[in-house]
Design a protein around this ligand. Structure first.
Ligand code: ATP
Ligand code: BUA
Length: 362
């Protein structure tokens, strides 16, 4: 496969599929040429039985947007997608190969919108004869053996998290302080539709919690629950297996209390005097702070910075309460939103420019 390079740098399309949105951007070198987020309504995605079935539909929307913006896709040097629920792997940039595409189609480790990223990138790259990549997928696993022990011999703790954004903001926080990611100790918390809290010890993400199955709840995920109560609910006959999984990730968290995943709507409820909303909005940062405290113990208190990121980091009500509870541990850096498209594109640029080797997925 030939490397296409324009006179003014490599041109990369980055694709970040979320549960209800597809974000994408085109970069020439480090300059962004086009950045868009398309929202998908529940109605729009209803015809697709499985999340992965949406890949052609979402890709067609991106190609339409490129045409409308006058961007010739034949000029692209590479396509990169957000990496999904793959086998556990080290952080870095991976070439999409047949094994990865097949694993994403099968969704053996579960359905997740990020599974679309590799498949969409691969589809377009194959048409254009250019390489497809993913960077720091949700299954980045840099745990040490001690972090894998769950306390029940049947089960092992797994590393599934918002690795892409947390590694990106951890790198940024280190760089902004004149340090390298691999020489500092950080705790990064991604506060989005899902919450992940992670420990970064000298460039490796050695422990995480994720509201998908552990730790703080989030706008639509329930996080840790009382084990006995959960088992009772599963066997109560009230819900099917699929419904219970949906409760853990999709209709849990704030959604289960208020029927919305939007923190701003719950904030409005609280401001209008709804006491339940005020209480649940107090519990969310309380639980995030508890996770951060636990991760500080992983580092034996040797924490350079705590970094808070994700959409909820725009909420003063939430973020100020987390800061109040954890600032005794280390200085807190707030980087609201996400750096995911940029991190995807820059991860690939490092490979195209020969600064880093692409990893092979086995
Ligand atoms: N300005 C804001 N103030 C308060 N909350 C906000 C604001 N902007 C976004 N949010 C909240 O952030 C959450 C979504 O965050 P984000 O956009 O990072 O998530 P996502 O990309 O949908 O999912 P994920 O981060 O789990 O991949 C929503 O609950 C939203 O209401
Ligand atoms: C699957 C890990 C990240 C998330 O909760 O979405």
């Amino acid at each position: 496969m030939q490397k296409k390079v324009q006179s003014d740098g490599f041109m990369v399309l980055a694709i970040n599929p979320g549960a209800t949105s597809t974000k994408f951007a085109v970069y020439r070198g480090e300059t962004v040429l086009l950045k868009q987020a398309m929202e998908h309504s529940v109605q729009e995605l209803k015809p697709f039985a499985q999340i992965i079935d949406q890949h052609r539909y979402r890709l067609a929307l991106i190609l339409q947007a490129l045409d409308q913006a006058g961007i010739d896709r034949r000029q692209l040097s590479a396509v990169v997608g957000r990496g999904g629920l793959l086998k556990p792997l080290l952080g870095g940039t991976y070439r999409v190969n047949a094994q990865m595409a097949a694993d994403m189609q099968l969704a053996a480790l579960g359905q997740h919108a990020s599974n679309l990223g590799a498949v969409m990138a691969d589809d377009l790259a194959a048409e254009l004869g250019i390489p497809a990549f993913i960077v720091d997928p949700v299954s980045v696993d840099e745990y040490e053996p001690v972090a894998r022990v769950s306390g029940l011999a049947d089960l092992e703790r797994v590393s599934l998290s918002h690795a892409l954004n947390m590694k990106a903001v951890a790198r940024k926080a280190a760089k902004d302080h004149g340090r390298r990611y691999d020489e500092v100790n950080l705790i990064a918390a991604h506060l989005g539709s899902g919450v992940s809290v992670s420990v970064h010890r000298r460039g490796r993400m050695v422990d995480t919690s994720s509201s998908r199955d552990e730790g703080a709840f989030s706008p639509d995920r329930c996080g840790s629950l009382s084990g006995f109560s959960l088992v009772d609910l599963c066997f109560s006959g009230k819900y099917t297996y699929q419904e219970m999984r949906q409760k853990m990730m999709g209709t849990g968290g704030l959604f289960s209390y208020f029927g919305t995943r939007d923190v701003r709507e719950v904030e409005k409820l609280a401001q209008s005097g709804n006491q339940k909303a005020a209480l649940v909005l107090e519990a969310l940062p309380y639980q995030v702070a508890k996770d951060i405290g636990a991760m500080a113990a992983v580092l034996a208190g040797q924490v350079d910075w705590i970094v808070l990121t994700g959409g909820m980091a725009y909420s003063h009500r939430i973020i100020d309460d987390v800061i109040r509870r954890v600032e005794f541990i280390a200085p807190v850096v707030v980087l609201p939103g996400e750096e995911e498209l940029e991190s995807l594109a820059f991860g690939v640029l490092r490979v195209l420019q020969g600064e880093e080797e692409a990893r092979e997925y086995l």
